[in-house]
Design a protein around this ligand. Structure first.
Ligand code: FAD
Length: 399
C-alpha cells in the first residue's frame, strides 16, 4: 500500500509538510493530528492586540487541509513508539503505524521557573504565547483595563518562540494604551541583556511611546527576570527583588519543545536535536522534528522558519521513500515586527548547514536587518511586505 505519514501538530510546520507531500504525491496516506479545531496564528496576534486586526482574521480552520485529501484527526498524540513506529492518540484505541513521522508540536512552558505561575494562573495573567484562548484573553483584559492601570510584561530567557515578539507586543500594547487608555503604563521586565532588532525597537519606544513604556533589561546590577507572581494580588517580583502590582500582567515564561517531544525521547535539554541538512531527529529513525520544537541554532523560532524547514522535510521524505539521493537543505527566515501604524521592521537571512566546534550547525548567511534611521517610506513598504507574507502564508496553509 501507499506509504503512511503521520504529522503531529497543525501549525505552519506540520501543515506545510502535509500539504507539500500531498500535492507532490497524492497517493501518500497522510494523517495530521491536531487537537484544536481552529488555529489562531501567533504571528499577527500582536496586531490584534494593537487593534490592527480582528480575531477572526487570525483564526483559521482545517477545512482546506482536509479538502486536499489529508486525514485531519482532531486529537492529541499521547505517545510515540519510535521502535514499533506507532503513535497513540488520546481518544484512539489502536496505536497508528507510520513509515515516516513528522513531529511539529511547537512549544510548551517551563511554568516551574516562575513561582506562583501555572496553567491556572495563566488564566489571570495570560502568556498569550500560544494562539487561541490565551490571545483572546489578553485582549479582553486589555479592553477591561482601567485607564491609569499598570500593565506588566515579562520577556523570557533564550531560546524562545519569536525573538522580536515580546518587543513588538510592547509596541502594540503601548499603541493600544496610547489610543484607548492614555493614562495607563506598561513596564516590561526582561530576563535578557540584549534582544532582537533592539536598535529599531528602542527608537520606536522613544519616538512613539515615550512615557508609556518602561523597559528594564537585565544588567550588571539588576536581574529583571520575573521569578515570582501572585495571580490573586497581581504582584510581580523580579530576581533582584523589585515588585510591581499589575492591573494586568502578561507573563511569558521560559519555554521548551511541545511536551510530546520529551515524552517520546526526542529532546536534549528541552529541545529536539536534528540533522541540519534535513531536520531528521538525531534520536530516532524515520522521525523528523521541525519548527519551534527543533534546535535550529542561528535560525530563530518563527513561522517563516518552520515553513522553510517544512519544504526541506517534505522533499527529504519523498526522496527517502523513493530511495533517491537527497540534497542538503537550504533555509530562509524573515521576522517582521510592527512598531506603529504603517511602520514595520524586519530581520532575516539565509541559513545553511555548517559545522561549529566540530558539530553540525545551521549558520546564517547574508543576514539583513532594518536600521533605526530607515525612511518612513521604507518602513511602510516593510509593513506592506509583512501583510502580503501573512496573506500568502495562510492561503498556502489553510486555503
Ligand atoms: P505551532 O504553530 O505552535 O503549532 C504546533 C501545533 O501542534 C499546535 O497547534 C498544537 O496544538 C499542536 N500540538 C502540540 N502538541 C500536540 C500533540 N501532542 N498532539 C497533536 N498536536 C499537538 N513567526 C513569524 O514567522 N512571523 C511573525 O511575525 C511572528 N510573530 C509572532 C508573534 C507572537 C506574539 C508569537 C507568540 C509568535 C510569533 N511568531 C511569528 C512565531 C510563530 O508563531 C511560531 O514560530 C510558529 O507558530 C511555529 O510553528 P510550529 O508549527 O513549530 O508550532
Amino acid at each position: 500500500g501507499p506509504a503512511r505519514i503521520i504529522v503531529i501538530g497543525g501549525g505552519p510546520g506540520g501543515v506545510t509538510v502535509a500539504n507539500r507531500l500531498k500535492s507532490s504525491d497524492p497517493r501518500l496516506d497522510i494523517t495530521l493530528v491536531e487537537p484544536k479545531e481552529k488555529y489562531t496564528t501567533c504571528f499577527y496576534s500582536n496586531l490584534y492586540l494593537g487593534g490592527f486586526r480582528s480575531f477572526k482574521s487570525i483564526t483559521h480552520d482545517y477545512a482546506g487541509v482536509k479538502k486536499r485529501g489529508i486525514d485531519v484527526v482532531t486529537d492529541t498524540a499521547t505517545a510515540i513508539d519510535t521502535k514499533a513506529k506507532t503513535v497513540t492518540l488520546a481518544r484512539g484505541s489502536e496505536p497508528m503505524k507510520y513509515d515516516r513521522l513528522v513531529v511539529a508540536p511547537g512549544i510548551d512552558f517551563k511554568y516551574e521557573t516562575i513561582e506562583g505561575y501555572s496553567p491556572e494562573a495563566a488564566k489571570i495573567m495570560p502568556h498569550a504565547w500560544q494562539g487561541g484562548e490565551q490571545t483572546w484573553l489578553l485582549k479582553e483584559k486589555l479592553l477591561a483595563l482601567p485607564d491609569g492601570g499598570l500593565v506588566v510584561m515579562s520577556a523570557p530567557p533564550n531560546p524562545y518562540r519569536c525573538p522580536p515578539g515580546p518587543y513588538e507586543r510592547a509596541c502594540m500594547i503601548a499603541h493600544f494604551l496610547k489610543t484607548k487608555k492614555p493614562k495607563a503604563k506598561l513596564i516590561l521586565f526582561d530576563a535578557k541583556k540584549t534582544y532582537s532588532k533592539q536598535a529599531v525597537f528602542e527608537e520606536a519606544f522613544e519616538e512613539y511611546y515615550k512615557g508609556i513604556i518602561e523597559i528594564n533589561l537585565t544588567n550588571e546590577i539588576d536581574d529583571f527576570a520575573v521569578v515570582k507572581v501572585d495571580a490573586a494580588t497581581g504582584v510581580v517580583t523580579t530576581k533582584a527583588g523589585r515588585t510591581e502590582r499589575a492591573a494586568l500582567a502578561n507573563i511569558i515564561p521560559a519555554q521548551k519543545a511541545g511536551s510530546i517531544a520529551a515524552h517520546a525521547g526526542l529532546t536534549e535539554n528541552d529541545w529536539c536535536p536534528v540533522h541540519p541538512e534535513n531536520f531528521a531527529s538525531t534520536k530516532a529513525r524515520d522521525v523528523y522534528v521541525l519548527g519551534d520544537a527543533a534546535i535550529a541554532n542561528d535560525m530563530p523560532k518563527s513561522a517563516y522558519s518552520a515553513v522553510s524547514q517544512a519544504g526541506v522535510v517534505a522533499a527529504d521524505i519523498l526522496a527517502s521513500l523513493e530511495g533517491k539521493p537527497r540534497a542538503p537543505g537550504k533555509y530562509r527566515n524573515t521576522c517582521w515586527s510592527m512598531l506603529a501604524p504603517d511602520n514595520s521592521a524586519k530581520i532575516g537571512g539565509d541559513y545553511v548547514p555548517a559545522t561549529k566546534d566540530g558539530k553540525p550547525y545551521l549558520e546564517v548567511k547574508e543576514p539583513f536587518i532594518s536600521k533605526p534611521d530607515d525612511s518612513a517610506e521604507l518602513r511602510r513598504e516593510t509593513y506592506q511586505e509583512s501583510a502580503e507574507w501573512y496573506q500568502t502564508l495562510v492561503a498556502d496553509l489553510f486555503g
